[in-house]
Structures are given as structure tokens and as C-alpha cells.
Design a protein around this ligand. Structure first.
Ligand code: BES
Ligand code: ZN
Ligand code: ZN
Length: 495
């Protein structure tokens, strides 16, 4: 566990193994210039020789040979300081941490960035970005490696700043946000053989023991009793029984409002009898990323203590083919009585969500947000770095998009086109679980909308793309990303 602190911006007091200094428009900061003088102009020589202007991607490591209190210096670019890139500090802190681990050092320090437009960003926000970047960048998943090859040596992360107290608050909040994200990453990365519906319910039980939280887990008998027939149809092919998670956060005083967050929790999506291809299944352990996110969010709320009540729901199940599996053409009934013709067993997420949102609304929330790895079409539309958002309330959607910007998570609004609803009609049941050939993300959202009270503000976030990354990102290794956890946390803190 890394420890974060703030220190004065005074070179004479800096004792560290690795110091991060910013470069902006080819210029060093005040502290950087002082370091440069002590090093006999080495830094400015390097900037000039290598033509380092301070692009966001610039990075240069320099040994100081004991001439200052920092053994090594890492120069990082500030990008366009007049238009501060909201993700730059996270990336810089992540790179610094990874460099520290590579150098096998214990103490690292980074200067706060206040040049140009950065001054206008709240000090606490800068602090939050720095600790988030460091902890997210430090994440590795080696639970299943017999030889732990990713040694983490960095223990102390100091931020050199003129605004200690305020920045420190931000650092603290960033730690909570990042640890919740890393917890979601773990849930996703643990393979489906271990991360079964039961295991996820056990994880939720652990979270439910934290202060101000409580948990209710429904087993198969209870799920049957409630008549969650579409959810049960999805789970019918699996030997793993379903578990329905309901986590509750209650603030100390009277809550200002009640929010429901619902996450898709398919621990493995084989497609069922509408079987996926071998390649299409490779990453389908990530089909519970929505559930991983909402459970991890609850864990953070225990520490962040917002003044609202929050309910998290996840209908955990596998989607497997077998002699007992749901078959194309089957008709199932949700707990609120609507019948659905299951024409494609691979469109299982919406079946589980139909029952999950129906159950969630019994808690009388003031608004509902669902997050789901729902459609491949969303990945086609927006790529694997951006979620799609749809819903019945533009204000709610805009708020969530803005929170995504704060979190460094991309969310783009797609229209919810009512005309396409006709294609969800079944000749023999109330609905079918697939729509027409086109607009797949739309069809998924329209299906869920059928189970949402039209007066309830609702947003659906399709995280199918960014929930997983094949390539290493600036502050995320290959695998589950924990995307949307921090967006939801920003959102809940603003309610
Ligand atoms: N879990 C998948 C969606 C998905 C696909 C997530 C690729 C991440 C990457 C979902 O259950 C699914 O299979 N959706 C189908 C729906 C179709 C049958 C209407 C899809 O997108 O192909
Ligand atoms: Zn599927
Ligand atoms: Zn799925």
C-alpha cells in the first residue's frame, strides 16, 4: 500500500529516490529551474537537445548522481497548459509510479502542476487525480501467477505543493476512488471458474459488513418465489445457481434522495444455445463488469459517506448451453408480469436486467442508473474506450457524461429512438429479446426501458467496450478496467 503525503515546494527539503518535474511549452517550472541550476544546466541542455516541448506524452529520466536530494528526475510534459487535459496528472502519476517500481525505489515525489489553466482546476481535484493515477497505474493482477514478477517497491508518494491541506484532501479521496476501481478490476479479472455467481455474492456479503452498509442476498428459491422468470431462464443452463445481490448504503442523517444503481452480472457469457464463437467468448468473464462496478462503488460509499441513500443491485448468473438451458423460442415471464419470447439466448443481459430493474423499483428510488456490458454494437459504434449512454431523462444523462469527464472516463450519448420499439414486439408474447438488424445498442436500451416506470429518471450505460482492454493503457493493465466506478462515485457525491 502506497502512502501519500504533501511536502513544501522547497528543493532543500526534498529527499527522494525519484522526482517528477513538469515541462510546459519547453520550459521548466520554478522548482525545475532550481534543480537545473544545481545540476549545472543539465535539464535545460536535455530539453533543448531532445527538443522536449512538454507534450503530454513526453517523458525523460535523468540520474542526478547525488547532486540534489533526489537520486533521479523524471521530466513529464504538461501538454497544452491553457487547455489542461483532465487525464494528464493521472497519467503522469502513473508513469512516475511505474518508473519507481522499475528502478526498484521506495520514495517518489512529484511536483503539483499549477501552470496556465491548471491553476483554475481546484487544488483538491489535482490531488485526487494524482493519487488516482498512482494507484491505478500501480495495479497488476497476479493472483494466479506462481512467480510474482511484478515487484512493487514504491511505498511513499509525496506531492510537492504550496497548498498542502487542500491537496491532501484530494489525495485521500483519490485513494478511495482508485481502490474501488482496482477492486472492480479484481472481480473482473478473476476467471469465471472462480468468480461464480456465488463467489460474487460472497464478495458482496463482505462489502455489506462495512460501516453504513447492509446486504441482502436472494438465493434461487427466493428468486423463483418472486417470479423473476427471465433471469431464471438465463441461469437455467448453468450448474452454478443464481444469486441476486442487493446492497444498501444509508447515511447517518435523513437521506436527501434515494438512488438505485443496477449492474449486469453475467459471470460468463457463452451465448447459451445461441453459442458465441470461440474468439467471441475469450473475454466473456468480463460480462459481470457492471456488477463488479456497482459493488465496488458501494464499498467506497462506506468511506465517502454521501448524504443520500444508495441501493445497488446485481442479478448474478452464468449463461451456459446445456440440456436444461433456455432455448430459442422459449417464453419467460418477468416478475412484473411481462412475457418475453427469447429468440436469441445470447441477448441474455437484458433478460437479467429486466427482472433486476423491476426489483430495484420496488425500493422506490428517485432515479435509476444501470450499467451493463450489453451489446457488441456499442463497441462497433464507439470503440473500446467509450461507453454509450441512453435513457429517458436528458438532465440525468448530461450529469453522468460530465461526471465521466471528471473521472477521465469517456461516455457518449446515443439517441433512444422510439420508432424501433415496434421491432421488439413478438407475435406470441409481449416482447421478444432481440430487435432488428441495426441499432443494436438502441434495441438493448429500448428493451430495458420496457421495464422502467416512465416517470422514473433512468439512464442506461453500455460499457461493453471500455470494461475491458486488450492493450495496456496509461494507467490500466490488460484485462478488466473498472471503468464507470469513478464516474458513478462522482455522480453519487453530487446528488
Ligand atoms: N455480453 C454480450 C455483449 C458484448 C459483446 C460485450 C462483445 C462485450 C463485447 C451480450 O450479452 C451479447 O451477447 N449481446 C448480443 C446481443 C444480440 C444477440 C442481440 C450482441 O451484442 O451480439
Ligand atoms: Zn450475450
Ligand atoms: Zn452478455
Amino acid at each position: 500500500m502506497m502512502k501519500f503525503s504533501t511536502k513544501k515546494l522547497q528543493l532543500s527539503q526534498v529527499k527522494t529516490d525519484l522526482l517528477g518535474l513538469s515541462v510546459s511549452k519547453g520550459q521548466l517550472s520554478t522548482l525545475g529551474k532550481e534543480v537545473d541550476r544545481k545540476l549545472g544546466g543539465l535539464l535545460s541542455k536535455i530539453l533543448k537537445r531532445e527538443d522536449l516541448k512538454g507534450k503530454a506524452t513526453d517523458a525523460r529520466l535523468i540520474e542526478t548522481h547525488g547532486k540534489i536530494g533526489a537520486e533521479n528526475v523524471l521530466l513529464f510534459g504538461c501538454g497544452e497548459p491553457d487547455k489542461p487535459d483532465s487525464d494528464l496528472l493521472r497519467k503522469a502519476a502513473a508513469r512516475l509510479t511505474k518508473t519507481g517500481n522499475r528502478l526498484k525505489v521506495k520514495r517518489i515525489a512529484m511536483e503539483d502542476v499549477t501552470v496556465g489553466g491548471w491553476k483554475k482546476i481546484a487544488t483538491a481535484t489535482r490531488g485526487q487525480m494524482i493519487s488516482e493515477g498512482a494507484i491505478l497505474g500501480n495495479y497488476t493482477f497476479d493472483l494466479y501467477k506462481t512467480a510474482k514478477n511484478s515487484k512493487k517497491t514504491v511505498e511513499d508518494f509525496a506531492v510537492l505543493t504550496a497548498e498542502g491541506a487542500r491537496l491532501e484532501n484530494g489525495l485521500k479521496q483519490g485513494v478511495v476512488f482508485a481502490e474501488a476501481t482496482n477492486s472492480a478490476r479484481d472481480y473482473i479479472n478473476i476467471p469465471a471458474c472462480d468468480m461464480t455467481p456465488k463467489r460474487m455474492a460472497d464478495e458482496a456479503r463482505k462489502v455489506g459488513k462495512l460501516p453504513r452498509l447492509s446486504v441482502k442476498i436472494l438465493g434461487k428459491a427466493e428468486i423463483q418465489r418472486l417470479g423473476m422468470g427471465c433471469y431464471l431462464a438465463v441461469s437455467s443452463g448453468s450448474v452454478e445457481p443464481p444469486y441476486f445481490i442487493h446492497l444498501i448504503y444509508k447515511p447517518a442523517g435523513r437521506p436527501k434522495k434515494r438512488v438505485a444503481i443496477v449492474g449486469k452480472g453475467v459471470t460468463f457469457d457463452s451465448g447459451g444455445l445461441s453459442l458465441k464463437t470461440a474468439q467471441g467468448m475469450e473475454t466473456m468473464k468480463d460480462d459481470m463488469s457492471g456488477a463488479a462496478a456497482v459493488v465496488s462503488v458501494m464499498r467506497a460509499l462506506s468511506v465517502l459517506k454521501p448524504r443520500i441513500e444508495v441501493h445497488a443491485f446485481a442479478a448474478m448468473t452464468e449463461n451456459m448451453p446445456s440440456g436444461s438451458a433456455d432455448k430459442p423460442g422459449d417464453i419467460a415471464k418477468t416478475m412484473n408480469g411481462k412475457t418475453v419470447e427469447i429468440l436469441n439466448t445470447d441477448a441474455e443481459g437484458r433478460l437479467t436486467l429486466a427482472d433486476a430493474v423491476a426489483y430495484a423499483q420496488k425500493q422506490k428510488p428517485d432515479l435509476l442508473v444501470d450499467v451493463a456490458t450489453l451489446t457488441g454494437a456499442c463497441v462497433i459504434a464507439l470503440g473500446d474506450l467509450c461507453s454509450g449512454i441512453l435513457g429517458n431523462n436528458d438532465e440525468l444523462i448530461q450529469k453522468l457524461i460530465a461526471c465521466g469527464k471528471e473521472a477521465g472516463e469517456k461516455i457518449w450519448q446515443l439517441p433512444l429512438i422510439d420508432e424501433y420499439r415496434d421491432e421488439l414486439k413478438s407475435p406470441i408474447a409481449d416482447l421478444k429479446n432481440i430487435g432488428g438488424r441495426w441499432g443494436g445498442t438502441n434495441n438493448g436500451a429500448l428493451f430495458i426501458q420496457e421495464f422502467i416506470d416512465s416517470k422514473l429518471p433512468w439512464a442506461h450505460i453500455d460499457i461493453a467496450g471500455p470494461s475491458w482492454t486488450e492493450k495496456e493503457l496509461d494507467y490500466c493493465t490488460r484485462g478488466g478496467t473498472g471503468h464507470i466506478v469513478r464516474t458513478l462515485l462522482h455522480f453519487l457525491l453530487q446528488q
